[in-house]
Design a protein around this ligand. Structure first.
Ligand code: DGL
Length: 269
């Protein structure tokens, strides 16, 4: 495949929905003129309730189509579910740098004072051996509680469209961690789904002031900047493109919801 890196070659961000915008945001701060393609697999949302087998096939196939179409210089799987299940498959199938998103368990282990960490993700992410491996490597002397919350994904999508968030959904998600043994000692929660930082305020209010919420977005942005160091970029920023896989019951959001992330047009495929 030809990866001649013209200044116009975009960075491709990929998620099941709008959660990957939480990774796009800090990346644009570091690389303000980077051309952006933001892809959301609305036909497949929610990934958190799909099987590993389905995602291991779907994600590389769709990314392959997107890479053919947009010729990115680098692709970011801005989705913990897709990364923890399909990152190795994507890397094996595609010939360009791929940046994945993994739960920020290592920094959480460094941060906790009580020794009890919560991992809040999708149901698919929290059951992954990948999460057990990270816990064993970086938090073996800590208690790592996990909880999967599909309700938060729906709430985050709604919030970005300007709809109200039901506080009960957020409270249930926090209770899913707190009600486990040792959950009352929880002092750090890893937001292990890229949708969840969209609900940062709501989650912080439900968790209380003694709990820190962390996610991996800033680290991913630094990784993207590092991997593209020395490459050419346009002199000024131009509007990015958001592309949605076509879904009968979920139309793309209004452009105004995406404009704060530098998106200037919407396509469906
Ligand atoms: N944003 C995704 C993640 O980071 C998943 C949301 C979903 O499709 O369930 O895990």
């Amino acid at each position: 495949m030809d990866h001649s890196l013209g200044a116009d070659a975009p960075i491709l961000f990929f998620d099941s929905g709008l959660g990957g915008l939480t990774v796009l945001g800090p990346t644009r701060e570091l690389l303000p003129t980077a051309p952006i393609v933001y892809a959301a697999d609305y036909a497949g949302l929610p990934y958190g309730q799909k099987s590993d087998v389905e995602l291991a096939a779907r994600v590389p196939a769709l990314l392959g189509r997107l890479v053919e179409r947009y010729r990115p210089r680098l692709a970011v799987i801005a989705c913990n579910t897709a990364s923890t299940i399909a990152l190795a498959h994507v890397r094996a199938a595609l010939d360009l740098p791929i940046v994945g998103t993994v739960p920020a368990i290592k920094p959480a282990a460094a941060m906790t004072r009580t020794g009890v960490i919560g991992v809040l993700g999708t149901e698919a992410t929290v059951r992954q051996p990948y999460v057990s491996d990270l816990s064993a490597r970086f938090a073996s002397d800590k208690t790592v509680l996990r909880h999967g919350s599909p309700g938060l994904v729906t709430a985050a999508e709604a919030k970005l469209r300007g709809e109200a968030v039901d506080p009960a959904v957020v409270e249930r998600a926090i209770a899913g961690l707190r009600d486990q043994p040792d959950g009352d000692m929880l002092d750090v929660i890893v937001l292990a789904c890229t949708h969840f930082p969209l609900l940062q305020q709501e989650l912080q209010a439900a968790a209380g002031p003694d709990v820190s919420l962390i996610d991996g977005a800033a680290g991913i942005a630094r990784r993207i900047a590092h991997l593209t160091e020395g490459q050419r970029w346009p002199d000024s920023a131009s509007p990015g493109v958001a592309v949605f896989t076509r879904s009968e019951d979920r139309p793309p959001p209004p452009l105004a919801a995406l404009a704060p992330y530098g998106i200037g047009s919407i396509e469906t495929i």
